[in-house]
Each structure stands twice: as C-alpha cells, then as structure tokens.
Design a protein around this ligand. Structure first.
Ligand SMILES: NC(=O)c1ccc[n+]([C@@H]2O[C@H](COP(=O)([O-])OP(=O)(O)OC[C@H]3O[C@@H](n4cnc5c(N)ncnc54)[C@H](OP(=O)(O)O)[C@@H]3O)[C@@H](O)[C@H]2O)c1
Length: 343
C-alpha cells in the first residue's frame, strides 16, 4: 500500500471566537495540513468523528485568548474524538502504529483547550492517545467508543460492583450512559436507568433491569424516593448533571452510597459551583449527607484498547443512530440545539 504525499490544505470545521457551534463554526476548505509528525506523534487521516456535547460547552466557555496563549494560533478546530488511519508516524512512534494502521481515540484535554480538534481531514495526536481499531469493528462505532467509553470507564473506576449491587444510571441513552449501563452490567450490577420513552427498549437491550422515563415520572427525585426509597441504590452514576437528583438523593441512595457525576447539561459554571458545594459543604451547613464525586475524562490509548477488547469479545457495543457526511456536521449541531441552549 502506498501513501500519497500530504496535501497543503484540507477541509476543517473551525472557529475563531466563543459561542455555540451554530453561531461560530464554519467549514474552512483551505485550512493548513499539519507538517509531518515529530517524536511519538501521529498524523491521522480522519475517517469518522463522534460529536460530543462537552466540546460544545468548551466552545461556549473557553475564551479565545486562552486558546491563543496555549496554542499560539487564532483559528481552532472543534471536537476531540475520532477514528481514522495513521497517514504518517513520527520516528519515535511505536511500530504497531505505522502508516496504514486503523486507530481510534480522543485528543488529550490540553490539546482540546488549544483548539487542536479532530473535525478535519488531517490532524496530529500523540501515539499514547490512540489504540488499534479491532478488525471486526466499523469506523462509526470506533469513533463513538473513544470518548463516551473512556468516560464511562472512569466513572466505573469509582465503584466496587458485585453481583446485585443496586445502581441508578441517569441519562442512560446517551454516548456515556449507554456505555455505563453495559460496563456496570458486565460486573453483575442491578441497574435502574433513566431515559426518555423512545429509548426505553434500547436501554433495556443494553442490560438495564428497570427503565424510568424521566419525562413522564416528574419530578424525577420524588418518583425515585417513592419507587426506590425502600430499596435504595448503592451508586448513582449521573451522566447528565442533574443537581436536584443529588440534593434529594438521601431518599434513594444508601448512607454509605456514592453519587458520581460527569455531566454538565445544567451549564458548566453552575455545575462546577454545585460540584464544589456537593463535595465540601458540611451537613451542618445544609450539605447533603451523601458522598459526591465529580469526575472528568482523562483519555488514553491503554483505556481505549481495553474497551476495544471488550467490543471484540462481545461484551460491549457502541450505539450508532445516524452517520452524517463531513459537510453536514452542522445538522447534528442544530439537532442538539435545545441541550446546547443550557450552555
Ligand atoms: N461523551 C464524552 O466523552 C463525555 C466526556 C466527559 C463528559 N461528558 C459529559 O457527559 C454528559 C453526557 O454526554 P453524552 O455524550 O452522553 O451526551 P449525549 O450523547 O448527548 O446524551 C445525552 C442523553 O441525555 C438524555 N437526557 C437529556 N436530558 C435528560 C434528563 N433530564 N434526564 C435523563 N436523561 C436526559 C438524553 O436522553 P433521551 O434522548 O432518552 O431523552 C440523551 O440520550 C454531557 O454533559 C457531557 O458534556 C461527556
């Protein structure tokens, strides 16, 4: 197999200011292709990118000045997850990540802050951030496994699950939640999951024992207290960031239980504020008498490889509901506009 020399320019979805994707993203057809990679870096030719709400939040909150100070650039590429082919490998890259290798992964957080995203035809990433795509895995699934899978993996690290451990997964039909349900089920947990009615069958098929439609059972904390107060959960794994769910959880989370949150759908600033209160406010000052932990994604190639093995062994599947052409990326952004408005 031979690989063409690099083109000078490429297409990339870029932005220069702060805001929601539909306000600031534009398709640049003349964006510079990075030079051949140095050290243990890889130049990737992108096949598929999975769009992530966390990146919309970052676009809406990180000031361009910060991005400029970190990167020295004035134009930034969005998104952080991908599946693609190693086009060129730096001289110190591991031998198995040679030109032509099919890989997937997530851009490290400092690079995301710098605006070195993946929604482009080519980009550079450290070799330690990628893993090989299993032969049996299709491109869209590989792209979807990278971020949601590793975030779910990090949430599960906080737990000690035994067969029958009672777990609530909030937001079980999303990129993170679908993975959390499967990873917890693989350890034998008894899972109650929330999602909207249209996704109940999907979430059950992933392993949830009971599914609660959060749109019908409102307010959700009141419903959970009634339905599960007698048999409370040992863990609540929140993939949405629903503050009311934590504030009232003493009614449905055991006194020794743990609430783990990864979501920020209520807005990044307010989520950080709540996370600090939830973690540190003593009960005598009105704090909730339950343990709380907010976690973030720290992706790496080793975790990605572990998830890929689980997919190969049939223990994990990636839910892909639709695939868009590169030039139609904004159709996804527009569809997600209602959530994005929380930003
Ligand atoms: N993906 C990642 O790598 C990653 C990494 C770190 C942090 N996060 C954060 O984790 C959160 C979730 O990300 P994601 O990628 O899973 O998002 P996603 O794929 O857009 O999924 C969000 C899901 O949330 C559900 N939902 C919306 N409002 C809800 C509510 N009030 N109660 C219960 N479910 C609700 C929706 O379910 P229905 O369609 O069934 O209504 C949807 O399936 C975001 O805040 C994101 O920033 C994600």
């Amino acid at each position: 197999m031979s690989y063409p020399t690099l083109p000078q320019s490429q297409r990339a979805w870029t932005f220069t200011s702060r805001g929601l994707p539909r306000e600031i993203l534009a398709l640049n057809s003349d964006f510079a292709v990075p030079p051949p990679p140095r050290g243990a870096n890889l130049l990737i030719r992108v096949s598929h990118v999975s769009l992530n709400p966390g990146c919309y939040v970052a676009m809406a909150t990180i000031p361009p000045l910060v991005r400029r100070l970190v990167s020295g650039n004035r134009e930034y590429v969005s998104e952080g997850e991908f599946a693609g082919v190693v086009h060129l490998a730096g001289p110190a890259a591991p031998a198995h990540l040679c030109s032509g290798a099919r890989v997937f992964g997530c851009m490290p957080v400092p690079k995301l802050i710098a605006g070195a995203g993946t929604l482009a035809e080519y980009f550079v990433i450290p070799a330690e951030s990628v893993a090989l795509v299993p032969d049996t895995m299709r491109w869209p699934e590989a792209a979807g496994l990278a971020g949601g899978g590793q975030t779910a993996f990090n949430m599960l690290i906080e737990t000690t699950l035994r067969p029958g451990t009672r777990v609530l997964v909030n937001g079980a039909s999303g990129g993170v939640g679908t993975m959390v349900v499967q990873l917890a089920k693989a350890q034998g947990a008894y899972i109650v999951a929330t999602c909207s009615g249209a996704n109940v069958d999907l979430v059950k098929s992933l392993g949830a024992d009971q599914v609660v439609d959060y749109r019908v059972n409102t307010p959700l904390p009141t419903h959970l207290a009634k339905a599960y107060g007698a048999e409370p959960f040992e863990y609540i794994l929140d993939c949405i960031g629903t503050q009311a769910l934590f504030e009232q959880c003493a009614s449905y989370l055991t006194p020794t239980g743990l609430f783990v949150n990864v979501g920020n759908f209520e807005g990044p600033g307010i989520t950080i504020w709540h996370a600090m209160l939830n973690t540190y406010l003593p009960c005598i000052f009105g704090g909730v008498p339950r343990r709380y932990k907010m976690i973030s994604t720290t992706p790496n190639g080793e975790k990605a490889a572990g998830l890929a093995r689980m997919v190969e062994e049939g223990q994990l599947r990636v839910v892909v509901d639709e695939v868009f052409q590169f030039e139609d990326a904004m159709k996804v952004g527009l569809r997600l506009a209602p959530s994005a408005q929380h930003v």
